[in-house]
Ligand binder design. Structure first.
Ligand SMILES: O=P(O)(O)OC[C@H]1O[C@H](O[C@H]2O[C@H](CO)[C@@H](O)[C@H](O)[C@H]2O)[C@H](O)[C@@H](O)[C@@H]1O
Length: 244
């Protein structure tokens, strides 16, 4: 379904019932950029998110493919519920881990990926829970990267995550849906209606889980296939909708 309607007015939604808000980061709160570190993060964004979390009685979680430490390098120290590493690492607003903290890839595997990236022209992002092969500068690398990642994942019991001009190898099991479920089990989120806002394929798991908990998804940008009921065109539109 293309051309999704805008979500209902956020203030009215909030007034009607207890909301739990799950926000993706890249492409949702900030515009995509040529490289992971060249994003522009509005200086007021972190404060605005903390204020919004207060208005929602703490029921706001950032849910990103980035590691938490990476998010904090852009936003400063977070006193928000946050999930990094594609759902693999979930932390409450008070700083408690929900579940185990993910491990990185074994060094020999990382070496293999590094050699492949160097040989073929991918930008490698070494992440605490895995590794990402970026090809934004050369989209024709997608097929080759995917074949390599799938083979390595099969041989080493890893998951392949696909995003916008990126292919990632991560530990098995977690996704943004499991992150949403982990937060919804916490007392502070229980009983609220979850709303998941995201732009990428990996956000579909989060939107599906929001639906299963009686809420809905909001897709940022366009995609034919999505479980999202609603749509917003850009990160600026997301910020405007949330009153950030
Ligand atoms: O789940 P998200 O918060 O959306 O994170 C997904 C990935 O985002 C980053 O990569 C993407 O954004 C970069 C900066 O705009 C862009 O250059 C890249 O092409 C995108 O794929 C991040 O680098 C990854 O680690 C995240 O998994």
């Amino acid at each position: 379904m293309a051309g999704r309607p805008n979500p209902p007015d956020f203030a009215e939604l909030r007034a009607d019932r207890a909301l739990a808000l799950f926000l993706d980061f890249d492409g949702t709160l900030v515009e995509l950029a040529p490289t992971p570190d060249s994003i522009h993060v509005p200086p007021s964004l972190a404060d605005s998110l903390h204020e919004l979390s207060d208005r929602l009685d703490g029921r706001l979680a950032l849910v990103s493919g980035r590691a938490i430490v990476d998010l904090e390098s852009h936003l400063g120290s977070l006193k928000l519920a946050v999930s990094g590493s594609h759902g693999g690492d979930c932390r409450s607003a008070a700083g408690d881990n929900l579940g185990r903290v993910p491990e990185g890839l074994p060094p020999e595997l990382l070496h293999k990926v590094r050699c492949f990236a160097g040989d073929h022209g991918f930008d490698l992002e070494d992440k605490p829970h895995g590794v990402a092969l970026h090809y934004r500068a050369n989209p024709s690398l997608e097929g080759r990267g995917l074949a390599f990642a799938r083979q390595l994942a099969g041989e080493n019991a890893l998951d392949v995550k696909r995003g916008k001009c990126v292919i990632e190898l991560v530990g098995k099991g977690a996704n943004k849906g499991s992150a949403l479920r982990a937060f919804m089990e916490a007392d502070s989120f229980a009983g609220a209606m979850p709303v998941f806002v995201g732009d990428d394929l990996t956000d579909e798991d989060g939107m599906r889980a929001a639906k299963q908990h009686g809420g809905f998804g909001v897709l940022v940008g366009e995609r034919e296939e999505s479980v999202a009921e609603y749509g917003l065109a850009t990160p600026a539109a997301v910020q405007h909708w949330l009153g950030l």
